[in-house]
Design a protein around this ligand. Structure first.
Ligand code: ADP
Ligand code: MG
Length: 261
């Protein structure tokens, strides 16, 4: 039976969709059967990040409104046969898309997969509430900035009030140079402030802008791989974003970053 995990944040643009896709890919590479569900209805980011937007025939709204069966709407990743996406491409807001109906779809898929990762919309109102309805666990994504942490705090309280107590934290877009320069909070400070166990720390990395990082060529790839292993094996190995900025060469990199901005 699948673990049903919602990837959420409160604030938009912190990297939920990017992390949902990359985390799913790493879990799938570990041999687990994974489905990513886009519940950010109408904004269809997940299909773009997964590069499947041209393959979408049916989406989650079609499943809920009985125009197709869920299997017809699933799109398999072109490289990893363990990885599927249930997209959302409808631009109109569909009246039947309730938390209960999304949960039915999730429960229907649960017997066929090991992981169901639910990509949640931003905000804390109705679309957020329906997205978390079918989840049993959550991953809260934050960036090391105050507005993101404030929103995350609200989200955590809402998750707890809905009975979702198994919550992990991913801190995304971390700049190790700024941690060393003491210009942003450390990852330990953030984890303690939010009172959540740290599942992963992902560096700011231009390669993430492309969506899925499929090869081990970036710090973010290794960082997400560690997070996927932590999630599955209950370990706590965390990527050190400050490492490349330590020592004499690190100091040079830091000053270069400062000068470039
Ligand atoms: P959300 O789903 O929370 O709105 P997205 O996943 O769409 O956020 O990410 C917002 C933007 O930030 C995207 O352009 C994405 O490529 C970029 N991004 C996400 N994570 C990183 C990262 N670690 N380093 C650099 N860019 C990132
Ligand atoms: Mg998103």
């Amino acid at each position: 039976m699948a673990r049903k995990i919602v990837i959420t944040s409160g604030k938009g643009g912190v990297g939920k969709t990017t992390i949902c896709a990359n985390l799913g890919m790493h879990l799938a590479q570990m041999g687990l059967r994974v489905v990513l569900i886009d519940v950010d209805i109408g904004l269809n980011n997940l299909d773009v990040v997964m590069s499947i937007e041209n393959k979408v025939v049916f989406d989650i709204v079609d499943v809920i409104e009985n125009r197709c069966r869920v299997r017809q709407a699933l799109i398999q990743d072109f490289l990893n046969s363990n990885l599927y996406t249930l997209p959302s491409v409808h631009s109109h807001s569909a009246v039947l898309v309730t938390g209960e109906n999304i949960k039915k779809v999730i429960d229907n898929l649960a017997t066929f997969f090991d992981y169901i990762l639910i990509d949640c919309p931003a905000g804390i109102d109705a679309p957020f509430m329906r997205a978390i309805f079918g989840a049993q666990e959550a991953i809260v994504v934050v960036t090391p900035h105050l507005p993101s942490l404030r929103d995350a705090d609200k989200v955590i309280n809402l998750l707890l009030s809905r009975g979702i107590k198994h919550i992990g934290l991913i801190i995304n877009r971390v700049r190790g140079d700024l941690i060393i320069e003491k210009e942003i909070m450390t990852v330990t400070d953030i984890s303690q402030a939010l009172n959540l166990p740290l599942l992963g720390v992902i560096p700011e990395d231009d390669k993430m802008a492309a969506g899925l990082i499929r090869t081990n060529s970036a710090g973010a790839f290794r960082a997400i791989n560690m997070s996927a292993k932590n999630l599955h094996n209950n370990t706590d190995k965390i990527y050190d974003c400050t490492l490349q900025f330590k020592g004499i060469f690190g100091a040079i990199k830091r000053s270069l970053k400062k000068n470039i901005g």
